[in-house]
Each structure stands twice: as C-alpha cells, then as structure tokens.
Design a protein around this ligand. Sequence first.
Ligand code: NAD
Length: 255
Amino acid sequence: MTLTGKVALVTGSTSGIGLAIARALAAEGAKVMINGFGDAGAISAIAEELGALHDDADMSDPAAIERMVQRCADALGGPDILVNNAGIQHVSPVDSFPPEKWDSILAVNLSAVFHTTRIALPAMRGKGWGRIINTASAHSLVASPNKSAYVAAKHGVAGFTKTVALETARDGITANCISPGYVWTPLVENQIPDTMKARGMTREQVMNDVLLAAQPTKQFVTPEQVGALAAFLCRDEAAAITGANISMDGGWTAQ
Ligand code: NAD
C-alpha cells in the first residue's frame, strides 16, 4: 500500500481507462474521488467497490470543475494525485467536422486539464508533494485522418503537461502524460460505426486495418496496464519522472 494517506481525483473514471486507474490507486490505499457519467446504479456500485466519492461534474464546465475540486478538498482533502482522464472523440473529415463537436472535444480533452490543474496546484505546493497524470494518447505524438479535434487537443495536453512540469519542478510535484495506443474501451468501440461510414469499411476491416493497423503488437492495450503505470508514477521511485510523455502503444509511435 504505497498511497495510504493520499487522495486521488480521477476524472472520467466511471468507465474504461479512468476506472482502471481509480481501481489501481485505491488498491494502493489512496482515497479516491471518481467522476464521470453513466448509469446511476452502476456508478454507485463502483463507488462502493472503491470506497470512493462520486462527483458528476461536467468537464466542459469550468464552474462545475471548480466545485468538484473544492468538494474533494472539503470531503477527502487534497487532491494529492490528480488524474486528468476524461475524454471524448468524434470522427469526421476536417471540412465537415461539426464546430460544436470541435468545441466540446477541446473543452473536455484539453481545457478541463488546465482548469483542474490550476485549481489543484496550490494545495499540492502547500504540501510539497503532488502527482499530475494526464491520459494523453498516441495521438499526442502522431496524427490519424478524421480526428482533427482529438489530435489537436491531445497534442495540447502533451505541451501543457511539459509546462506544468517545468513550473513545479522544485515543488515535489511531477506532471506526466501516459499515451496509450488503442485500448479496448467504450470510447474505441463507439467510434467504429463512424469510421465504418467515413471509410466505407466493415467492422472487421476497421478493427484490423484501422485500429490495430497502427499497433505493431496487434493487441489492444488493456485498461489495467494503464492503471498500473499510473500507480507507478505516484510512487516515490518515480519522483524524477516529470514532463514525460510515456507511450504505452504496442510500438505504434516507434514506427
Ligand atoms: P470511455 O468512454 O470508456 O471513458 C470516458 C470517461 O470520461 C467516462 O467515465 C465518461 O463518463 C467520462 N466523460 C466523458 N465526457 C465527460 C464530461 N464532459 N465530463 C465528465 N466526464 C466525462 O473512454 P476511455 O477509452 O477509457 O478514455 C479515457 C481517456 O483515455 C480519454 O482521455 C481518451 O482520450 C484516452 N485514450 C483512450 C484510448 C483508447 O484506445 N481507448 C487511447 C488513448 C487515449
């Protein structure tokens, strides 16, 4: 139990990668606040499993983000560990990309990371200890067609993380990105129909020729693998890792 006494706030943790990260941090003894949308019964079950509090703040709403971080501080303390993981996707060529989708992807995938970070940093500085872990993506390093907003937002997260790492380098705080390749979660499953339409492909062709085409291992990354890396980044042994963008992509960005 390396995180006993620490408080972790994990955005977008009612599903997929965020849920796996919340589980990994809770297993190391952290008190956790989860966040995200979904079926109320399913969310209650997750909160009970982890002994976690749930906050339904919409990550596209800066006022709701502020209330969530304050509630975490009031109810649990911290957050000592901030995991910016909430993310959404839309797949469409740039010239027909709906502007409202662009705005919401930038708000949830990028601006929310700024807001949670700016609000959580003073308490971390006060304690002289903090961990900021941002779920970026292989798309923070390379692009794919039809994902302009997502690629722009994830490149933005990578740059923002480096800046935060430099500003906090002497404060006992680290800021890093984890950049997974394709992880089998609802976010990936849900983009298959749009990609089928955009590229005129079958489901199997999208899986093999689009998603895993980029991943030399031909295996999806698992949410649990990402959770384990997040837990490692919180350990004292990881204190010298800051400003890094750590790929977990089956070799995708080595090509
Ligand atoms: P997911 O759809 O399973 O989970 C997304 C989570 O974010 C859910 O809990 C959802 O309720 C929450 N969420 C969505 N919009 C929100 C909002 N406005 N406010 C608050 N919460 C919101 O997706 P996932 O695949 O687990 O993705 C998690 C993160 O990992 C995202 O940032 C995504 O870009 C990134 N990522 C995913 C993959 C992949 O292949 N699945 C690869 C690289 C990076």
